[in-house]
Design a protein around this ligand. Structure first.
Ligand code: IFG
Length: 541
């Protein structure tokens, strides 16, 4: 039909007459551009491409259709001064799986290069990542931001890039412009090394897995009824005897102070803060069994290998209790560069409320004397705590155990809250009735349950400004091996990591489950022994 132009219902643009369309089609066919499939439509507007499936989702990402960057054996990595460990960490991963030399220099050209550098434009852990045909550029306000950006860069490469051995390419990344920064400052996971002991290597492996998802805090639960796991100078029996067993009566273990420093250094190289926890006044049987004088009746109880909680208590009235804790927290403070010491405070069922308040009142000054801020489970809100302390909200049970009131009491004293709701974030909870590992006292937590909640809208009286962040505790009553850790932590730790990082308004389960599915092939390559939740559309290949 000649004459009157119709508007295209799809684009709203004037629809050219039939003749003009035919000519354009011929022109397109004659000038095919290598790499752009003929079916890409008119040359000047390549089809929009689906955004890469990243976890956590960046705050903002623009795809550059028709643009990609391919690593080759000639590609170089430039890590400008001040860029910290990100360049060497990235080089290690890429060299291992591509087999390419990927030389790392402090300066270099702008083509066929992955460049990392500080810029005044980003702050905190924020970064921007630009992938074009010529180069990959990562800029951040800090070395930590560059390290977080490297985790995004890794996920733009095929799953095989995570292989511990050389795989064939191609190693192509889609063109993107990412501008990213985290919602919360504290994005953590806790490893319970007391109920079952995990070696330094096992902890380092868990650190690397958590670092993939921009986790920046590792809370180590170092003492409990079943095991004391850190050597303390002047109190040798704590680790030697108190660390000699575990749940079920098996072999225990403990970290020498050199071991603990190695873990701290390994975490620091991944811009992850270690928060050591010495739990009390309950969860203290291993220590009480180690020194009779720590007990009110001067009688040491036997070592405990069961899984009950709340039956033990420091002797609140004895000065030796605070002499011990001053030594323990002082030595940990010296070995811990991060600002926090965790003093536990949970489930003090064998301590009177008055004694509990006395205990918390005494611990705050000890922690402050050693230059640190006090962290405790939400119960610490029942005691007097300093502004800037941190209450870790965990107990979602109803009735007397309900932790919301002590969380509010803590906020009323100027504390911040780290959200670890047991019915959402406890990685030791079973996925469903058939899960062979874990517990179910807080409920069953399938992947969707671990994802669909907002830390700033969970507890009345605890708003966004009061929330320091989120943390996923992995209690180890039923966990022994790396496979056990993997099965319970993956895929739910990435849920908590995204809640800590991505703006709430950008988080939907329907979108997350598709992006999470893309992590499956990456975990298979590493390998990570993850739970193939039926809620996630894992790729079949
Ligand atoms: N509650 C105890 C943990 C552990 C956990 C297992 C806290 C703060 C149950 N305290 O959670 O020691 O036993 O799910």
């Amino acid at each position: 039909m000649a004459g009157s132009p119709r508007t295209d219902p799809g684009t709203g643009r004037a629809h050219p007459g039939r003749r003009v369309l035919a000519a354009a089609a011929v022109a397109a066919a004659l000038v095919a551009v290598p790499g752009v499939p003929a079916s890409a439509g008119p040359l000047h507007t390549p089809r929009p491409v689906a955004p890469p499936r990243l976890v956590p989702a960046p705050a903002s990402l623009r795809t550059l259709p028709g643009v990609s960057f391919t690593l080759t054996r000639h590609t170089r990595i430039v890590a400008r001064p001040g860029s910290g460990t990100a360049g060497s960490y990235l080089a290690g991963i890429l060299r291992r799986s591509t087999g390419y030399p990927l030389p790392l220099t402090a300066s270099g050209g702008s083509r066929d290069v992955i460049s990392l550098g500080l810029s005044g434009r980003e702050k905190g852990e924020g970064y921007r990542l630009d992938v074009t045909r010529a180069s990959v550029r990562l800029e951040a306000g800090s070395a930590a931001g560059l390290f977080r950006g490297v985790q995004t860069l890794r996920q733009l490469l095929p799953p095989a890039v995570e292989s511990p051995t050389v795989r064939p390419g191609p190693w192509t990344m889609p063109g993107v412009a990412v501008q990213d920064s985290p919602r919360f400052a504290w994005r953590g996971t806790m490893l319970d090394v007391s109920r079952h002991f995990f070696t330094v290597k096992q902890v380092e492996r868990y650190i690397d897995l958590a670092a993939l998802y921009k986790i920046n805090t590792l809370h180590l639960h170092l003492s409990d009824d079943q095991g004391w796991r850190i050597a303390i100078n002047g109190w040798p029996r704590l680790a030697a005897y108190g660390g000699s067993t575990a749940v079920g009566g098996g072999k225990g273990g403990y970290y020498t102070q050199a071991d603990y420093k190695a873990i701290v250094r390994y975490a620091a190289d991944r811009y992850m803060n270690v928060v050591p926890e010495i739990d009390g006044p309950s969860h203290t049987n291993a220590a009480l069994a180690s020194y009779a004088k720590l007990n009110c009746d001067d009688k040491a109880p036997p070592l405990y290998t069961g899984t009950e909680v709340g039956f033990s208590s420091w002797c609140i009235a004895k000065p030796v209790t605070y002499e011990l804790l001053n030594d323990v927290l002082g030595q940990l403070a010296e070995m811990t560069p991060g600002p926090y010491l965790h003093i536990g405070g949970d489930e003090a069922h064998s301590t009177t409320p008055a004694d509990y308040a006395t205990f918390i009142g005494k611990l705050g000054p000890i922690v402050a004397k050693h230059g640190k801020k006090m962290v405790g489970w939400n119960e610490i809100g029942a005691g007097k705590i300093a502004p800037g302390s941190v209450a870790q909200y965990w107990n979602t049970a109803t009735g007397s155990e309900d932790g919301t009131q002590t969380a509010r009491d803590a906020v009323a004293q100027g504390a911040k809250v780290v959200m670890s709701p047991a019915n959402r974030a406890y990685l030791d909870m079973k996925y469903d009735e058939s899960t062979p590992l874990g517990q179910d006292w807080a409920g069953l937590i399938e992947v969707r349950d671990s994802y669909e909640w907002d830390p700033a809208a969970l507890v009345d009286g605890v708003a966004e400004k009061d929330v320091l962040g989120v943390e996923a505790p992995l209690w180890s009553e039923t966990l022994v091996t790396n496979d056990d850790i993997d099965y319970m932590a993956f895929p739910r730790l990435p849920s908590i990591a995204e809640i800590g990082w991505t703006p709430q308004s950008q988080r939907t389960w329907s979108d997350f489950r598709v992006r999470l599915a893309a992590q499956g092939p990456r975990w298979s390559v590493m390998p990570v022994h993850y739970y193939r939740s039926p809620q996630v559309p894992w790729p079949t290949s």
